[in-house]
Write a protein that binds this ligand. Sequence first.
Ligand SMILES: NC(=O)c1ccc[n+]([C@@H]2O[C@H](COP(=O)([O-])OP(=O)(O)OC[C@H]3O[C@@H](n4cnc5c(N)ncnc54)[C@H](OP(=O)(O)O)[C@@H]3O)[C@@H](O)[C@H]2O)c1
Length: 253
Amino acid sequence: MVVLGANSPIAQACLPMFLRRGYDLLLCARTLDKAQQVKAHLCAEGGWAPERIICRALSLSAESADGQAQALLNSVPDLCGLFTAVGVYAETCDQLSTAQAFDLTAINFTAQIPFLNRTAEILKLKHRQGQLQGRHKRGLIIAVSSVAAVRGRCTNYLYGASKAALSTYLDGMRQQYQDCAAVIELRPGLIATSMLDGRRLPALLIAQPQAVERALERALRFGSPVVYAPRFWGLLAFFWRLIPHRLYGRLKF
Ligand SMILES: NC(=O)c1ccc[n+]([C@@H]2O[C@H](COP(=O)([O-])OP(=O)(O)OC[C@H]3O[C@@H](n4cnc5c(N)ncnc54)[C@H](OP(=O)(O)O)[C@@H]3O)[C@@H](O)[C@H]2O)c1
């Protein structure tokens, strides 16, 4: 399992589950030292064999993403799946420069496309050649989107739009690669990580990264394509979508 954004607390919460399910890990992160610490923690706390976890440095950008995806994914002979937790947040869209807005969109969406596509192509080929077997007879493509993808909000609509683009892309991939890959979208609500730093939010709504691991576990067990973390965000999203546009445009939250 290739993991992008492996140093993120949300990714870290999910890693033991992949190991338990028999996947070896290729952890990709901007800071290699931190990824090595994540690996050391998994081995020390979980007792996982060090040879099951490899670390690589990887910093995504729109310009280099295609080459990076080819080089990285072609170097994994027994690729079974991709998990991407890469993302950047911005609260005040109207204060971002055009370059910053393009960068955010690239990191949250466009720069991830080559990784998603190349993984799907490899899984399709392996599926045709009967190389995906046993528990892993379909590959896995898992991406961390957000409840912000459900509807735009007056503060963070650029972030929400980039995640909505990712969600729509995953919808299409799910149809196209249904034979060879389970495509799972994780939609966390508010999770206690550095992404919430500096925001005043109701403590009641904030969950720990393990909530995302539990959501992923549900998705894998029940074959759910889209899961909210924690679960109650699914209900909120349902009602959120029902608000008529005319009324929604007059709200501010
Ligand atoms: N926390 C929340 O409330 C929340 C809610 C909904 C969705 N999410 C999503 O969950 C995912 C994980 O976020 P998090 O909360 O765990 O916060 P985080 O620690 O900031 O995770 C973001 C990850 O993206 C990586 N990243 C950012 N820019 C990158 C780049 N140019 N190249 C490669 N990697 C890059 C970061 O790498 P470094 O570790 O090197 O900085 C980090 O590992 C994100 O996609 C986020 O949008 C979070």
